[in-house]
Write a protein that binds this ligand. Sequence first.
Ligand code: PMP
Length: 407
Amino acid sequence: MMYDVIEIRRDFPILSREVNGKPLVYLDNGASAQKPQVVIDAVTRGYAEDYANVHRGLHYLSNLSTEKYEGTRGIIARFLGAKDEDEIVFTSGTTEGINLVAYGWAMPRLQAGDEIVLSVMEHHANIVPWHFLRERLGVVLKWVDVDATGALDPQKVIDAIGPKTKLVAITQVSNVLGTVVDVKTISHAARERGVPVLVDGSQGAVHMPVDVEDIGCDFYAITGHKLYGPSGSGAIFIRKERMAEMIPFMGGGDMIREVRKDCVSYAEPPMKFEAGTPGIVQQIGLGVALDYLMDLGMHNIAAHEANLASYAKARLSGLNWLQVQGHAPGKAAIFSFTLDGAAHPHDISTILDKKGVAVRAGHHCAGPLMEHLGVSATCRASFGLYNTEDEVDALVDALELAHDLFA
Ligand code: PMP
């Protein structure tokens, strides 16, 4: 299939709007991606025509809504290469998915002195739940550094696995540096040592085809709003053996078989881990978003973004007053940078915004990485499937203006 980015952009109505009197150049996809019309229509239709609560009703709309909602489970399984859709637990996003593993799998199993291996590139969503275990149980967090280019040597992660290691929790793609981690090599080595691996796929699943069976991980978390789907949607793949080891993290309706005054029994997984009324329409929208991505082809999206990344790299490296953080080979199209002098990333992004260029500034929920880099904040331009080389040029023009203002 020919990847026609101009044609694809027409699927995203927001991309034709202006911001501050300038055409929108949306480069904040790492934070959240825009939605194609098919997703917007699915959400509108979900409420306007098909809405009712799922699982409980015996009426027409409840059955229809349940069928569409449950349909997303199979779509996610296909998108992630899971063998069985029962290995997919719906969540509100990656944060909930990782907390489910922390509370449902790790909390009842780990003891003082047990270790969890992490990289310094992790997002707070893949750090703070493990700090809870450190604070409450005395679990030890073992941090693996990245090298000067921002690359993570998989062997360093494997070497950090010792007899007390109970889990490796690692991102597939850094939301700050764009570094792609070889989670397959890590997962296979960890499995040989009997250690489960949790992959934070928040950024990875957006930029490349994913096959959890090929990777060999035990947990793989995704978040719908970065995958061009609705916010509040998401899922986590949990290998059957791990699911069997888990206790429910949240209790309530829908996750039970029977409740009495003196006892309770639970539904079979994955429902056992899905308490309460879920994000019905959000998950239906996520299914449509993933179908949209699979129709475009994740390989095609990855190829388009690789071209954009090399163009952006070349353009940004021409600005000798700008420092890009992270040069790992094959990195995803995510560029964090700082400018010489006193200009704060927040001020830079405000100037870019005046030119219609949306980027993010701050610590990007990656405190340990900021510490490692020796900076308190960066600007981040993160590209998606609909971005163009013209938009890279618009970013560079706006940066030149910002530089002139602060020089
Ligand atoms: N991990 C990574 C690598 C991320 O980039 C993000 C979102 N910035 C998250 C986890 C958390 O995702 P969410 O807020 O959607 O739960």
